[in-house]
Design a protein around this ligand. Structure first.
Ligand code: SF4
Ligand code: SF4
Length: 440
């Protein structure tokens, strides 16, 4: 079996983002491999733990991927403040492993964004609308590297459970575990009126309290953060797009702070959220201004940090972006699209600590125990689409006995990722979009 066939068979997807199938992403050659160990979302501690606990495996995985890509440089990017993790990695580096370097990055948000990483590590700008590979760079998240190096089907996820729980912790859970069980494993909620965010507070998705027992851990879920229902971040998620547009039309003062602090704009991309706000809110939509929304990475700086009026440029950008994409509009680079990195970029980076204060999350920024908790639920509901691509098709039937790691759904040769059982048990339900397995 080739390196890529092994990755496909194990169902590995990009664990830090949208779940792009890794065997497709790595089906290339690259000059540079960057292992993304930044984990810039506030409150998440998953990747840092994985680096500490599995530093040797991480280095071996990085070297194996680098060899496959024929990369000249292999870099592990990590925040310079994470001294323990850097020391641990350095201890595991063998004298001959000169092709692998540890690259400390400043503590700002969103340092882990792929375009930011290329800027920080290589001092280059990826052209607007392009991916890092256009610069000869492949970027892979820490958890993904470990999934590759372990060469086992991806059946579990290490997650940070934080916020309003009694015992914030790191936990290893079978994929398909319901989120309510994860919260109980972290000592239960501290308060009665709460909602959750899957992922981090800046880019995570809202999961209302009523949905927690019907929402399941996926391969891409690195954290679950509980916040009070009245918390501004939760309130923000409840805003409708029509409400955001009305507020934009009423109170956007065109101060352009959203643009001046936008990391993509500062990196030299022609993204001007204040112009998108102007054109959308005042009904003067021009293709030129609205198309720039396609360059937005949804980092949330504009609405959670920059805007003095509490408006929602990110949500409006996302709405414009989705309309454009549905209409088949794509970003096309022109001469003017290539701009220099902003001369004040380094002064306008948002320090993570300041961001945490602004978000009202400082009270939740606590250490978690080093011991990894584990959880074995009575049943798992495994989604058949945890990745970019097509739904995986079930290859098991009701009543089948399955074991952990057994293939239960496959994408064949289509774009997507194989799905495996995360429990030893019996298949109790096979639906178009999920398979339920009960523990034996
Ligand atoms: S920062 Fe807020 S008020 Fe200022 S231009 Fe942007 S959306 Fe408008
Ligand atoms: S979310 Fe806002 S700050 Fe972030 S890239 Fe998009 S426009 Fe820029």
């Amino acid at each position: 079996m080739t390196f890529l066939e092994g990755i496909k068979k194990a169902g590995v997807v990009g664990a830090g983002g949208a779940g792009f199938p890794t065997h497709i992403k790595l089906d290339t050659q690259a000059k540079t491999l960057i292992i993304n160990g930044i984990e810039c979302e506030p409150l998440l501690k998953t990747d840092k733990f994985l680096i500490r606990r599995f530093s040797e495996a991480l280095i071996q995985g990085a070297l194996a991927i680098g060899k496959h890509l024929k990369a000249q440089d292999i870099v592990i990017a990590i925040k310079e403040k994470n001294k323990k993790e850097i020391e641990q990695l350095q201890r595991c580096l063998k004298p001959g492993e000169v092709s692998l370097k540890i690259h400390p990055v400043g503590d700002f948000y969103p340092a882990g964004d792929e375009q930011m990483l290329v800027r920080e590590v290589m001092a280059e700008t990826v052209a607007p609308g392009k991916i890092p590979l256009s610069k000869g760079v492949v970027i892979t998240n820490v958890a993904t590297v470990l999934d590759i190096v372990h060469q086992q089907p991806v059946t579990h996820r290490v997650m940070t459970i934080g916020g309003e729980v009694n015992q914030p912790c790191l936990i290893k859970v079978p994929i398909g575990t319901d989120l309510q069980s994860c919260i109980e494993a972290a000592g239960g909620p501290k308060i009665s009126d709460y909602h959750a965010l899957t992922g981090g507070p800046m880019m995570g998705q809202l999961c209302p309290r009523s949905e927690l027992s019907r929402t399941y851990v996926t391969k891409t879920m690195g954290g679950l953060i509980l916040l009070p229902s009245h918390h501004p971040i939760i309130q923000h998620h409840h805003l409708s797009i029509s409400h955001c547009l009305k507020r934009a039309a009423s109170v956007c003062i065109q101060c352009r702070m959203c643009t001046d602090l936008c990391p993509r704009y500062l990196n030299g991309h022609p993204l001007h959220p204040h112009l998108v706000m102007r054109s959308v809110a005042f009904g003067k939509i021009t293709m030129e201004s609205s198309k720039s929304a396609l360059l937005c990475c949804a980092c949330g700086i504009c609405e959670h940090f920059a805007c003095p009026m509490g408006l929602s440029p990110k949500m409006i950008n996302e709405s414009v972006k989705s309309t454009l994409m549905q209409g088949g509009v794509k970003w096309v680079n022109t001469e003017e699209a290539f701009q220099e990195v902003h001369p004040q970029r380094s002064y306008r980076k948002i320090p993570t600590e300041r961001l945490i204060q602004r978000l009202g999350l400082s009270i939740y920024e606590t250490d978690v125990p080093e011991t990894l908790q584990s959880l074995t639920p009575d049943k798992v509901v495994i989604p058949l689409k945890q990745h970019i691509g097509v739904l995986a098709k079930p290859v098991v039937e009701n009543g089948d006995k399955v074991v952990v790691g057994q293939l239960i759904a496959s994408v064949g040769t289509d774009l997507g990722s194989e799905i495996h059982s995360s429990l030893d048990g019996t298949v109790k339900k096979v639906e178009k979009d999920y398979i339920m397995v009960e523990r034996s």
